[in-house]
Design a protein around this ligand. Structure first.
Ligand code: HEM
Length: 211
């Protein structure tokens, strides 16, 4: 007998899928926080004149080049964290790809997508947003890795600029998806009694018996 989503032995979301979901959510948030620090909280670009003013106050002086070097140290610290989280995000993506091949058919995205196509409406729309998100994630990880290892791979300097642009624009698509996703989950939680948030924590579908 084919296993379905309502199978008594298979949860809606596998443990691996739930770990991936929350790990991925944490890492994307962490990545956005690094960008928030670089551009707003620490705002490394504004550090240069501030460093020069601080030196002047104590009777010293700091050339433009020296101030730039100091600001560079601060921004590099934050970028280092961006790369650590980025590498973890890449590892999680590999884990997600492996899951596709090892989890039961009932838990696969393909099965859920097929069911959503029969249901149509919001369920199907949500699945399309997931496909878009996976695409954004692949682009973000691929461009991020190209920025980290581009020199070793012999990537041209001009290409690096274009890759950075793609990486930055794609970030806004990821932010837009995240907002839409959270709105969708909150809406489902209100409409359904035992919604998607719970399913992604304990793995069971709405109304499913404890496994
Ligand atoms: C949701 C995930 C991510 C977001 C929101 C994000 C966002 C950004 C943004 C806005 C920039 C600045 C681009 C520019 O200067 O035009 C950047 C740069 C960069 N990102 Fe990401 N990124 C993410 C994932 C990754 C991943 C997976 C890696 C790979 C390990 C990565 C590695 C880098 C590197 C190396 C830079 C260049 C840093 C520098 O200029 O020194 N990022 N990222």
């Amino acid at each position: 007998m084919a296993t379905t989503l309502t199978s008594p032995t298979v949860k809606k979301y596998s443990l691996g899928m739930r770990l991936w979901h929350w790990g991925n959510a944490f890492l994307i948030t962490a990545q956005l926080v690094t960008i928030l620090f670089i551009s707003v909280i620490v705002n490394t670009k504004s550090l240069r004149p501030e460093f020069q003013q601080a030196f002047q106050k104590t009777g010293g002086s700091l050339s433009e080049q020296q101030a730039r070097s100091l600001a560079h140290i601060v921004s590099e610290r934050i970028w280092d964290w961006h790369v650590y989280f980025g590498l973890a995000l890449a590892a999680f993506l590999v884990f997600r790809i492996v899951l596709t091949f090892v989890q039961p058919a009932a838990q696969s995205f393909r099965t859920r997508f097929r069911e959503a196509r029969q249901e149509g409406g919001t369920a199907l729309f949500a699945k399309y947003t997931y496909i878009a998100f996976y695409l954004f994630l692949v682009v973000q990880v691929a461009t991020g890795l190209a920025l980290v290892y581009g020199d070793n791979l012999g990537l041209a300097r001009g290409a690096e600029h274009t890759i950075k642009e793609i990486h930055e624009v794609n970030m806004y698509l990821i932010i837009a998806y995240t907002v839409l996703h959270i709105v969708g989950v909150v809406r489902s939680e209100i409409v359904e009694r035992y919604g998607p948030l719970g399913s992604m924590i304990h793995g069971r579908a709405v109304g499913e018996e404890r496994l």
